[in-house]
Design a protein around this ligand. Structure first.
Ligand code: PLP
Ligand code: ZN
Length: 398
Protein backbone atom coordinates (compact mmCIF):
# COMPACT_ATOMS: atom_id res chain seq x y z
CA UNK A 1 0.00 0.00 0.00
CA UNK A 2 0.96 3.65 -0.32
CA UNK A 3 0.26 5.93 2.63
CA UNK A 4 0.33 9.68 3.06
CA UNK A 5 2.50 10.45 6.08
CA UNK A 6 0.61 13.70 6.72
CA UNK A 7 -3.09 12.91 6.29
CA UNK A 8 -2.80 9.08 6.45
CA UNK A 9 -4.84 8.54 3.26
CA UNK A 10 -4.15 5.08 1.80
CA UNK A 11 -3.72 4.25 -1.89
CA UNK A 12 -3.21 1.01 -3.80
CA UNK A 13 0.38 0.52 -5.02
CA UNK A 14 0.87 2.38 -8.29
CA UNK A 15 4.20 2.94 -10.09
CA UNK A 16 3.05 6.37 -11.28
CA UNK A 17 1.79 7.69 -7.96
CA UNK A 18 4.19 9.66 -5.79
CA UNK A 19 2.18 12.34 -4.01
CA UNK A 20 -1.08 12.51 -2.04
CA UNK A 21 -4.18 13.74 -3.94
CA UNK A 22 -5.53 15.34 -0.81
CA UNK A 23 -2.57 17.23 0.64
CA UNK A 24 0.24 16.88 -1.90
CA UNK A 25 2.79 15.24 0.48
CA UNK A 26 5.08 12.52 -0.92
CA UNK A 27 3.71 9.04 -0.20
CA UNK A 28 5.40 6.30 1.85
CA UNK A 29 5.40 2.62 0.85
CA UNK A 30 3.76 0.61 3.60
CA UNK A 31 4.33 -3.09 3.90
CA UNK A 32 1.62 -4.99 5.70
CA UNK A 33 4.15 -6.76 7.89
CA UNK A 34 1.61 -9.25 9.27
CA UNK A 35 1.30 -10.67 5.80
CA UNK A 36 5.04 -11.06 5.39
CA UNK A 37 6.45 -12.67 8.55
CA UNK A 38 9.54 -13.79 6.68
CA UNK A 39 11.66 -16.60 7.99
CA UNK A 40 14.94 -14.93 8.74
CA UNK A 41 16.70 -18.30 8.74
CA UNK A 42 16.04 -19.29 5.15
CA UNK A 43 17.37 -15.90 4.15
CA UNK A 44 20.84 -16.98 5.25
CA UNK A 45 20.88 -19.35 2.30
CA UNK A 46 20.62 -16.47 -0.09
CA UNK A 47 23.40 -14.39 -1.60
CA UNK A 48 23.88 -11.11 0.28
CA UNK A 49 22.51 -8.40 -1.93
CA UNK A 50 19.37 -6.30 -2.20
CA UNK A 51 17.12 -9.12 -3.49
CA UNK A 52 17.99 -11.31 -0.50
CA UNK A 53 15.20 -9.30 1.17
CA UNK A 54 12.75 -9.83 -1.64
CA UNK A 55 9.79 -10.55 0.62
CA UNK A 56 10.17 -7.04 2.03
CA UNK A 57 10.43 -5.39 -1.40
CA UNK A 58 7.79 -4.62 -4.04
CA UNK A 59 6.55 -7.72 -5.85
CA UNK A 60 8.26 -8.06 -9.24
CA UNK A 61 8.37 -11.10 -11.55
CA UNK A 62 11.75 -12.80 -11.95
CA UNK A 63 12.05 -11.92 -15.63
CA UNK A 64 11.71 -8.22 -14.86
CA UNK A 65 14.33 -8.00 -12.14
CA UNK A 66 17.25 -5.86 -13.30
CA UNK A 67 20.23 -6.47 -11.06
CA UNK A 68 23.99 -6.00 -10.97
CA UNK A 69 24.21 -7.71 -7.56
CA UNK A 70 24.12 -4.47 -5.63
CA UNK A 71 24.21 -4.34 -1.83
CA UNK A 72 26.18 -6.71 0.37
CA UNK A 73 28.74 -3.94 0.91
CA UNK A 74 31.47 -4.27 3.55
CA UNK A 75 31.04 -2.98 7.08
CA UNK A 76 34.54 -1.92 8.07
CA UNK A 77 35.55 -1.36 11.69
CA UNK A 78 37.85 1.64 12.15
CA UNK A 79 41.03 0.90 14.10
CA UNK A 80 40.68 1.07 17.87
CA UNK A 81 37.07 2.24 17.85
CA UNK A 82 33.49 1.11 18.00
CA UNK A 83 32.81 2.77 14.64
CA UNK A 84 31.93 0.92 11.46
CA UNK A 85 31.97 2.36 7.97
CA UNK A 86 29.27 0.93 5.69
CA UNK A 87 31.20 1.27 2.45
CA UNK A 88 28.51 1.92 -0.14
CA UNK A 89 31.18 2.96 -2.64
CA UNK A 90 31.58 -0.75 -3.38
CA UNK A 91 28.21 -1.04 -5.06
CA UNK A 92 28.30 -1.79 -8.83
CA UNK A 93 28.35 1.87 -9.90
CA UNK A 94 30.10 3.07 -6.77
CA UNK A 95 27.27 4.47 -4.68
CA UNK A 96 24.25 3.52 -2.55
CA UNK A 97 21.98 4.63 -5.41
CA UNK A 98 22.28 1.13 -6.91
CA UNK A 99 20.23 -0.35 -4.06
CA UNK A 100 17.29 1.80 -5.09
CA UNK A 101 17.91 1.73 -8.81
CA UNK A 102 17.65 -2.07 -9.03
CA UNK A 103 14.11 -1.82 -7.63
CA UNK A 104 13.12 1.31 -9.58
CA UNK A 105 14.39 0.06 -12.93
CA UNK A 106 12.85 -3.39 -12.36
CA UNK A 107 9.48 -1.70 -11.86
CA UNK A 108 10.08 0.42 -14.96
CA UNK A 109 10.82 -2.74 -16.94
CA UNK A 110 7.75 -4.53 -15.64
CA UNK A 111 5.48 -1.68 -16.76
CA UNK A 112 7.25 -1.50 -20.18
CA UNK A 113 8.73 1.97 -19.76
CA UNK A 114 10.59 3.22 -22.87
CA UNK A 115 12.62 6.03 -21.30
CA UNK A 116 13.85 6.66 -17.78
CA UNK A 117 14.58 10.23 -16.70
CA UNK A 118 16.51 11.55 -13.69
CA UNK A 119 17.91 14.83 -12.46
CA UNK A 120 21.18 14.25 -10.69
CA UNK A 121 24.22 15.61 -8.90
CA UNK A 122 25.98 12.66 -10.60
CA UNK A 123 25.56 9.41 -8.72
CA UNK A 124 21.90 8.93 -9.61
CA UNK A 125 22.85 9.57 -13.25
CA UNK A 126 25.62 6.94 -13.17
CA UNK A 127 23.35 4.39 -11.52
CA UNK A 128 20.25 5.08 -13.63
CA UNK A 129 22.39 4.89 -16.78
CA UNK A 130 23.88 1.51 -15.83
CA UNK A 131 20.60 -0.15 -14.79
CA UNK A 132 18.71 1.29 -17.77
CA UNK A 133 21.42 -0.06 -20.07
CA UNK A 134 21.09 -3.49 -18.50
CA UNK A 135 17.30 -3.35 -18.88
CA UNK A 136 17.46 -2.12 -22.48
CA UNK A 137 15.63 1.10 -21.59
CA UNK A 138 16.66 4.58 -22.81
CA UNK A 139 17.99 6.89 -20.11
CA UNK A 140 17.95 10.69 -20.09
CA UNK A 141 19.87 12.48 -17.34
CA UNK A 142 19.47 16.16 -16.51
CA UNK A 143 22.54 17.61 -14.79
CA UNK A 144 23.49 20.98 -13.28
CA UNK A 145 26.06 22.34 -15.75
CA UNK A 146 29.58 22.21 -14.29
CA UNK A 147 28.24 20.76 -11.03
CA UNK A 148 28.93 17.07 -11.58
CA UNK A 149 32.19 15.28 -10.68
CA UNK A 150 34.12 13.92 -13.66
CA UNK A 151 33.97 10.23 -12.72
CA UNK A 152 30.18 10.26 -12.51
CA UNK A 153 29.79 11.98 -15.87
CA UNK A 154 32.12 9.40 -17.41
CA UNK A 155 29.94 6.58 -16.04
CA UNK A 156 26.73 8.06 -17.45
CA UNK A 157 28.41 8.46 -20.86
CA UNK A 158 29.87 4.94 -20.80
CA UNK A 159 26.48 3.39 -20.07
CA UNK A 160 24.94 5.24 -22.98
CA UNK A 161 22.71 7.78 -21.25
CA UNK A 162 21.61 10.89 -23.12
CA UNK A 163 22.82 13.91 -21.18
CA UNK A 164 21.21 17.33 -20.87
CA UNK A 165 22.91 20.09 -18.89
CA UNK A 166 21.00 22.99 -17.39
CA UNK A 167 22.25 26.28 -15.99
CA UNK A 168 21.80 26.41 -12.23
CA UNK A 169 21.84 23.95 -9.38
CA UNK A 170 20.52 20.39 -8.99
CA UNK A 171 17.24 21.84 -7.71
CA UNK A 172 16.70 23.54 -11.07
CA UNK A 173 17.40 20.24 -12.88
CA UNK A 174 14.93 18.39 -10.67
CA UNK A 175 12.34 21.11 -11.13
CA UNK A 176 12.64 20.68 -14.90
CA UNK A 177 12.18 16.91 -14.62
CA UNK A 178 9.10 17.36 -12.44
CA UNK A 179 7.48 20.05 -14.55
CA UNK A 180 8.24 18.53 -17.94
CA UNK A 181 7.66 14.88 -17.16
CA UNK A 182 5.79 14.23 -13.94
CA UNK A 183 3.28 17.03 -14.49
CA UNK A 184 3.20 16.61 -18.28
CA UNK A 185 -0.13 16.19 -20.04
CA UNK A 186 1.50 13.56 -22.28
CA UNK A 187 0.99 10.44 -20.19
CA UNK A 188 3.94 8.09 -19.80
CA UNK A 189 6.40 10.45 -21.51
CA UNK A 190 9.28 9.09 -19.39
CA UNK A 191 9.54 7.34 -16.04
CA UNK A 192 11.14 9.46 -13.28
CA UNK A 193 13.60 7.73 -10.96
CA UNK A 194 14.59 10.48 -8.58
CA UNK A 195 14.23 9.79 -4.89
CA UNK A 196 10.63 11.07 -4.78
CA UNK A 197 10.02 7.71 -6.45
CA UNK A 198 9.24 5.73 -3.33
CA UNK A 199 10.16 2.37 -4.92
CA UNK A 200 13.75 3.46 -5.13
CA UNK A 201 13.75 4.21 -1.42
CA UNK A 202 12.42 0.70 -0.77
CA UNK A 203 15.65 -0.69 -2.22
CA UNK A 204 17.77 1.71 -0.21
CA UNK A 205 16.27 0.53 3.10
CA UNK A 206 18.10 -2.81 2.71
CA UNK A 207 21.25 -1.16 4.09
CA UNK A 208 19.60 -1.35 7.51
CA UNK A 209 18.86 -5.06 7.14
CA UNK A 210 22.49 -5.77 6.25
CA UNK A 211 23.84 -3.83 9.23
CA UNK A 212 21.40 -5.67 11.48
CA UNK A 213 22.42 -9.08 10.19
CA UNK A 214 26.09 -8.30 10.68
CA UNK A 215 26.28 -6.45 14.00
CA UNK A 216 22.74 -5.94 15.30
CA UNK A 217 21.22 -2.55 16.01
CA UNK A 218 23.75 0.29 16.46
CA UNK A 219 23.37 3.24 18.82
CA UNK A 220 23.88 5.84 16.08
CA UNK A 221 23.67 5.88 12.28
CA UNK A 222 25.24 8.93 10.63
CA UNK A 223 24.09 9.67 7.07
CA UNK A 224 25.04 12.42 4.59
CA UNK A 225 21.88 14.27 3.55
CA UNK A 226 21.17 15.90 0.20
CA UNK A 227 17.69 15.35 -1.21
CA UNK A 228 17.05 13.51 2.08
CA UNK A 229 15.71 10.21 0.74
CA UNK A 230 18.43 7.88 1.99
CA UNK A 231 18.25 8.73 5.69
CA UNK A 232 14.50 8.13 5.61
CA UNK A 233 14.95 4.84 3.74
CA UNK A 234 17.54 3.54 6.22
CA UNK A 235 15.34 4.46 9.17
CA UNK A 236 12.40 2.72 7.53
CA UNK A 237 14.50 -0.45 7.21
CA UNK A 238 15.39 -0.45 10.90
CA UNK A 239 11.80 0.25 11.87
CA UNK A 240 10.52 -2.67 9.86
CA UNK A 241 12.96 -4.99 11.67
CA UNK A 242 11.57 -3.65 14.93
CA UNK A 243 7.96 -4.09 13.82
CA UNK A 244 8.75 -7.64 12.72
CA UNK A 245 9.88 -8.34 16.28
CA UNK A 246 13.46 -9.10 15.19
CA UNK A 247 15.00 -6.47 17.47
CA UNK A 248 13.94 -4.53 20.52
CA UNK A 249 15.75 -1.27 20.04
CA UNK A 250 16.26 1.28 17.27
CA UNK A 251 19.23 3.47 16.39
CA UNK A 252 19.27 7.24 16.61
CA UNK A 253 19.67 8.78 13.16
CA UNK A 254 22.00 11.74 12.55
CA UNK A 255 21.61 13.61 9.25
CA UNK A 256 24.65 15.59 8.10
CA UNK A 257 24.56 18.52 5.71
CA UNK A 258 27.40 20.68 4.45
CA UNK A 259 27.63 24.31 5.50
CA UNK A 260 26.40 26.27 2.48
CA UNK A 261 23.94 23.52 1.55
CA UNK A 262 22.13 22.91 4.82
CA UNK A 263 18.45 23.81 4.39
CA UNK A 264 17.29 21.09 6.79
CA UNK A 265 20.08 21.11 9.37
CA UNK A 266 20.19 24.87 9.78
CA UNK A 267 16.42 24.98 10.35
CA UNK A 268 16.65 22.09 12.82
CA UNK A 269 19.42 23.79 14.77
CA UNK A 270 17.37 27.00 14.97
CA UNK A 271 14.40 25.05 16.35
CA UNK A 272 12.18 25.72 13.32
CA UNK A 273 9.84 23.12 11.90
CA UNK A 274 10.32 23.71 8.18
CA UNK A 275 13.56 23.89 6.19
CA UNK A 276 15.33 27.07 5.18
CA UNK A 277 15.44 26.42 1.43
CA UNK A 278 18.28 28.06 -0.43
CA UNK A 279 18.60 29.01 -4.11
CA UNK A 280 22.35 28.86 -4.31
CA UNK A 281 23.75 25.87 -2.38
CA UNK A 282 27.55 25.81 -2.11
CA UNK A 283 29.91 23.10 -0.90
CA UNK A 284 32.87 21.08 -2.11
CA UNK A 285 30.67 18.00 -1.63
CA UNK A 286 28.85 18.20 -4.98
CA UNK A 287 26.67 15.13 -4.31
CA UNK A 288 24.87 16.93 -1.48
CA UNK A 289 24.90 20.40 -3.04
CA UNK A 290 21.12 20.66 -2.80
CA UNK A 291 19.09 23.66 -1.63
CA UNK A 292 15.52 22.31 -1.73
CA UNK A 293 15.39 18.66 -0.66
CA UNK A 294 12.14 17.08 -1.87
CA UNK A 295 12.16 14.42 0.82
CA UNK A 296 12.67 16.84 3.71
CA UNK A 297 9.38 16.00 5.41
CA UNK A 298 9.90 12.25 5.61
CA UNK A 299 13.57 12.72 6.61
CA UNK A 300 12.63 15.20 9.32
CA UNK A 301 10.05 12.80 10.72
CA UNK A 302 12.47 9.87 10.59
CA UNK A 303 15.16 11.75 12.49
CA UNK A 304 12.72 13.11 15.11
CA UNK A 305 11.12 9.73 15.63
CA UNK A 306 14.53 8.12 16.15
CA UNK A 307 15.54 10.65 18.81
CA UNK A 308 18.43 11.82 16.61
CA UNK A 309 19.17 15.19 15.01
CA UNK A 310 20.57 17.04 11.99
CA UNK A 311 23.99 18.64 12.08
CA UNK A 312 26.33 20.70 9.89
CA UNK A 313 29.99 20.24 8.91
CA UNK A 314 32.11 22.62 6.86
CA UNK A 315 34.17 21.89 3.75
CA UNK A 316 37.50 21.84 5.63
CA UNK A 317 36.16 19.21 8.03
CA UNK A 318 34.88 17.19 5.07
CA UNK A 319 38.23 17.18 3.27
CA UNK A 320 40.08 16.34 6.49
CA UNK A 321 37.70 13.42 7.14
CA UNK A 322 38.15 12.20 3.55
CA UNK A 323 41.92 12.02 4.16
CA UNK A 324 41.48 10.21 7.48
CA UNK A 325 39.32 7.55 5.81
CA UNK A 326 41.88 7.36 3.01
CA UNK A 327 44.50 6.44 5.60
CA UNK A 328 42.22 3.64 6.79
CA UNK A 329 42.21 2.30 3.22
CA UNK A 330 38.69 3.54 2.50
CA UNK A 331 38.27 5.77 -0.53
CA UNK A 332 35.20 8.01 -0.37
CA UNK A 333 34.01 11.09 -2.21
CA UNK A 334 33.65 14.35 -0.23
CA UNK A 335 29.89 14.05 0.38
CA UNK A 336 30.46 10.63 1.89
CA UNK A 337 33.20 11.90 4.18
CA UNK A 338 30.69 14.23 5.82
CA UNK A 339 29.50 11.40 8.08
CA UNK A 340 33.07 10.91 9.38
CA UNK A 341 33.47 14.68 9.76
CA UNK A 342 30.29 14.82 11.85
CA UNK A 343 31.41 11.87 13.95
CA UNK A 344 34.72 13.53 14.81
CA UNK A 345 32.98 16.73 15.80
CA UNK A 346 30.29 14.99 17.87
CA UNK A 347 32.89 12.92 19.74
CA UNK A 348 34.72 16.14 20.57
CA UNK A 349 31.54 17.79 21.75
CA UNK A 350 30.72 14.75 23.91
CA UNK A 351 27.41 14.12 22.11
CA UNK A 352 28.54 10.65 21.01
CA UNK A 353 30.48 8.47 23.44
CA UNK A 354 33.51 6.56 22.12
CA UNK A 355 31.91 3.36 23.39
CA UNK A 356 28.70 3.90 21.38
CA UNK A 357 28.26 1.53 18.45
CA UNK A 358 28.20 3.93 15.51
CA UNK A 359 27.67 3.41 11.78
CA UNK A 360 29.02 5.92 9.28
CA UNK A 361 27.29 5.57 5.94
CA UNK A 362 29.97 6.17 3.30
CA UNK A 363 27.67 6.79 0.37
CA UNK A 364 29.98 7.00 -2.67
CA UNK A 365 33.45 6.03 -3.91
CA UNK A 366 36.45 8.39 -3.96
CA UNK A 367 37.32 7.62 -7.59
CA UNK A 368 34.22 9.48 -8.71
CA UNK A 369 35.64 12.87 -7.83
CA UNK A 370 39.40 12.71 -8.54
CA UNK A 371 39.97 16.44 -9.08
CA UNK A 372 39.48 17.29 -5.43
CA UNK A 373 42.06 14.74 -4.34
CA UNK A 374 44.59 15.87 -6.95
CA UNK A 375 44.16 19.56 -6.20
CA UNK A 376 46.82 20.03 -3.55
CA UNK A 377 48.90 16.90 -4.05
CA UNK A 378 52.51 16.84 -5.16
CA UNK A 379 54.56 13.84 -6.24
CA UNK A 380 58.11 13.39 -4.93
CA UNK A 381 60.95 13.62 -7.40
CA UNK A 382 64.31 11.85 -7.16
CA UNK A 383 67.31 12.44 -9.42
CA UNK A 384 69.05 9.11 -8.99
CA UNK A 385 68.97 5.71 -7.28
CA UNK A 386 70.72 7.05 -4.15
CA UNK A 387 68.02 9.63 -3.60
CA UNK A 388 65.36 6.95 -3.96
CA UNK A 389 67.18 4.75 -1.44
CA UNK A 390 67.42 7.68 0.97
CA UNK A 391 63.72 8.36 0.54
CA UNK A 392 62.95 4.77 1.52
CA UNK A 393 65.32 4.97 4.52
CA UNK A 394 63.50 8.13 5.66
CA UNK A 395 60.14 6.42 5.29
CA UNK A 396 61.36 3.47 7.34
CA UNK A 397 62.42 5.78 10.15
CA UNK A 398 59.03 7.52 10.47
C1 PLP B 1 27.53 10.30 -2.49
C2 PLP B 1 26.20 10.79 -2.02
N1 PLP B 1 26.01 10.95 -0.71
C3 PLP B 1 24.84 11.39 -0.22
C4 PLP B 1 23.79 11.71 -1.06
C5 PLP B 1 22.52 12.22 -0.46
O1 PLP B 1 21.49 11.28 -0.50
P1 PLP B 1 20.00 11.79 -0.38
O2 PLP B 1 19.76 12.68 -1.55
O3 PLP B 1 19.17 10.58 -0.41
O4 PLP B 1 19.92 12.55 0.91
C6 PLP B 1 23.94 11.58 -2.44
C7 PLP B 1 22.85 11.94 -3.35
O5 PLP B 1 23.06 12.33 -4.47
C8 PLP B 1 25.17 11.07 -2.93
O6 PLP B 1 25.37 10.91 -4.23
ZN1 ZN C 1 -2.04 13.53 2.29
Amino acid sequence: MLECPRCKKLYNPDPHKFACNKCGELLDAKIILDRVRPSWNDRFERRIHVWRYRDLLPEIDNENIVTLYEGGTPLIKLSGSNVYVKFEGLNPTGSFKDRGMTVGVSIAKSIRVKTIIVASTGNTAASAAAYSARAGIECLVVLPKGGVAKGKLVQAILHGAKIVEVEGSFDKALDIVITTVVNSKVKGLAYPLNSFNVWRLEGQKTLAYEVFEEIGIPDWVIVPVGNAGNIYAIWKGFKELYELGLCNKLPKMIGVQAEGASPIASAWIRGLNIPLFTDNPKTVASAIRIGKPVNWYRAWRAVSESGGFFTIVNDDEIIKAQKILGKEGISVEPASASSMAAYLRLINEGVIDRKDLTILVATGHGLKDPDIILKDFQTMSVKNIDELVNTVINLNST
